[in-house]
Write a protein that binds this ligand. Structure first.
Ligand SMILES: Nc1ncnc2c1ncn2[C@@H]1O[C@H](COP(=O)(O)OP(=O)(O)OP(=O)(O)O)[C@@H](O)[C@H]1O
Ligand SMILES: [Mg+2]
Length: 390
């Protein structure tokens, strides 16, 4: 019998926003959070507190839930397999999740599927890296296969010297002590993209798929700063191809829930290559909360419960989402009186986190018929939350 309970591992803003969608549908979202006063722990009553790798806690989390899902990919695959063998519905499955956890596994699987990627190689030694760079041209991009996020674990490299620490296995230190067991690194050509795109789709276990309009994303220092949907002026044929790539990946990897495919577009050449995958709601899809008929958070819940999916069409011609990354205000809510007076159309989403330099504290979405006006509202509102001097 359905208990309308979804268990989610993770206590950040994604679980928090999933909670808003769950609340509207009267679905119970039971979260396993890192801290009771974190982004999700604060607002989801009855959250369990523990690490994603705490097996006893995960067992407790799934008891009485219809399905187990995640807000990040750093999960204990062996334990999830054991749970699935015991009959727990794990969405997405461990087999799918592997390709979002490990960029080397993702690259080889996408190659098998015939999905175009930047030129890449697995390198275990500085010498192998040297020959790759000599072949495709320097600089190249070197990535830790797993554990990276927000551009940590990604380096623009002019010579093997620049990643000597990673070859010595010291990559772990920069990533919060995540233990790194792989010995190899992923190296890629540095793609001269005209812009970055994100194709967002959702798929349920029955195989139904829906795709949102393709968005343009802007990354600053490896962190997403702004998203515009749909991607302005994108050749419709390229947009369709981007969606088709995401559908091919969702089906080929048997992904369930939301799948975000980050892509590079080289528009002069009509070329699109895949950067990476996320199997959960994604920063590039936050605009859907205010700008689309069905938000990515609602859709993720529907998908993992194997319910019919909602419409993914945009409700307005343009949506612009700007991230709030750090603030000089001790509490960004101090800006509310001015912000709300000046930008009545701005939709503010704060994640309930303490202020730290560069930290993702929230986002603002502005929607409308006029792209420039929407940009101005979203950027202006975020500037106030950031405490920028006028
Ligand atoms: N092959 C490449 N060529 C050019 N730029 C790249 C390449 N790979 C990554 N980048 C740049 O670095 C950014 C971060 O890379 P990537 O998405 O792989 O890292 P991440 O840390 O996993 O990021 P996320 O925050 O999405 O989890 C990309 O959005 C892009 O701007
Ligand atoms: Mg990325």
């Amino acid at each position: 019998m359905t208990s309308w309970t979804v268990a989610v591992v993770g206590g950040g803003q994604l679980a928090r926003m999933m909670g808003e969608a769950a609340s509207a549908l009267d679905i119970r979202l039971q979260a396993l959070v890192e801290a009771p006063d974190g982004s999700a722990g604060k607002v989801l009553p009855g959250s369990l507190v523990g690490a994603a790798h705490d097996r006893a806690k995960v067992d407790e989390l799934v008891a009485g839930a219809d399905v187990l899902t995640f807000e990040h990919e750093m999960q204990d695959g062996d334990h999830l397999r054991a749970l699935a063998a015991r009959g727990v519905s794990v969405q997405p499955s461990v087999d799918a999740l592997t390709f979002a956890q490990n960029k080397l596994a993702m690259r080889s699987r996408l190659a098998e599927l015939g999905v175009e990627c930047p030129a890449w190689a697995e390198v275990a030694t500085p010498r192998e890296l040297q020959s790759f760079g000599d072949a495709v041209g320097w600089p190249v991009i070197v990535k830790l296969p797993s554990g990276g996020y927000d551009g940590k674990g990604v380096r623009l490299v002019d010579s093997p010297e620049d990643v000597a620490d990673w070859f010595r296995g010291a990559g772990a230190g920069g990533l919060g002590g995540e233990s790194r067991t792989e010995s190899a690194l992923l190296v890629e050509e540095c793609v001269p993209f005209t812009r970055e795109l994100a194709a967002l789709v959702a798929r349920n276990p029955s195989g139904e798929i829906r795709a949102w309009p393709v968005a343009e994303t802007v990354q600053a220092n490896g962190v997403c700063s702004e998203v515009t949907a749909p991607a302005p002026g994108l050749d419709p044929a390229l947009a369709e191809r981007a969606q088709q790539i995401a559908v091919t990946i969702a089906e080929g990897l048997d992904v369930t829930g939301v799948l975000a495919v980050e892509m590079f577009a080289v528009e002069g050449e009509g070329r699109i290559t895949v950067n990476e995958l996320a199997m959960r709601p994604h920063n590039s899809g936050h605009w859907t909360i205010d700008g689309a008929v069905t938000s990515q958070f609602e859709q993720h819940l529907r998908a993992v419960l194997d319910l019919p999916l909602g419409e993914t069409t945009a409700k307005v011609p343009w949506s612009v989402m700007v991230n709030l990354l750090g603030s000089s205000l001790s509490d960004p809510r101090e800006a509310y009186p001015e912000l709300m007076a000046k930008y009545p159309g701005a939709k503010v989403h704060l994640y309930g986190k303490g202020v730290r330099p560069g930290r993702k504290l929230g986002h603002v979405t502005a929607c409308g018929d006029d792209l420039e006006a929407a940009r101005e509202v979203a950027r202006g509102a975020v500037a106030l939350l950031r405490g920028d001097d006028a």
